[in-house]
Design a protein around this ligand. Structure first.
Ligand code: SF4
Ligand code: SF4
Length: 103
């Protein structure tokens, strides 16, 4: 019987070379070998399929030079310049946060 399987989402890894000092920490801490060092010692994504989206490379980088796009960070709301930020719907506002106006 053929079942339906959800396709595994591939994480996105961004490396900001300008901020990276090629210390190799991210490569050393990557538990799966998804990252490797190039000839200059800078990290690169060797095999994105091996990435398990654990975020260790991002957490351990002392220079904030590597980021992993996780799918659990929540929805992004784009606000174009000049537009007001979207307000939460009424049912999303917790009653404890409603403050009565001063008399
Ligand atoms: S998120 Fe985890 S598995 Fe993926 S590259 Fe970073 S350390 Fe390696
Ligand atoms: S831990 Fe950060 S600074 Fe060090 S090699 Fe990795 S990305 Fe570059």
């Amino acid at each position: 019987m053929a079942g339906t399987r959800k396709k595994k989402e591939t994480p996105e890894i961004d490396i900001y070379k300008a901020w990276c000092k090629a210390c190799g920490i991210c490569v050393a801490f990557c538990p799966t070998g998804a990252l490797a060092k190039d000839e200059t010692g800078h990290p690169y994504v060797k095999d994105i399929e091996k990435c398990i989206n654990c975020g260790w490379c991002e957490i351990r980088c002392p220079d904030f030079a590597i980021t992993v796009e996780t799918k659990t960070k929540g929805k992004r709301i784009e606000v174009k310049s000049g537009e007001e930020e979207p307000k939460p719907k009424e049912e999303e506002v917790s009653p404890e946060r409603i403050v009565a106006p001063r008399q």
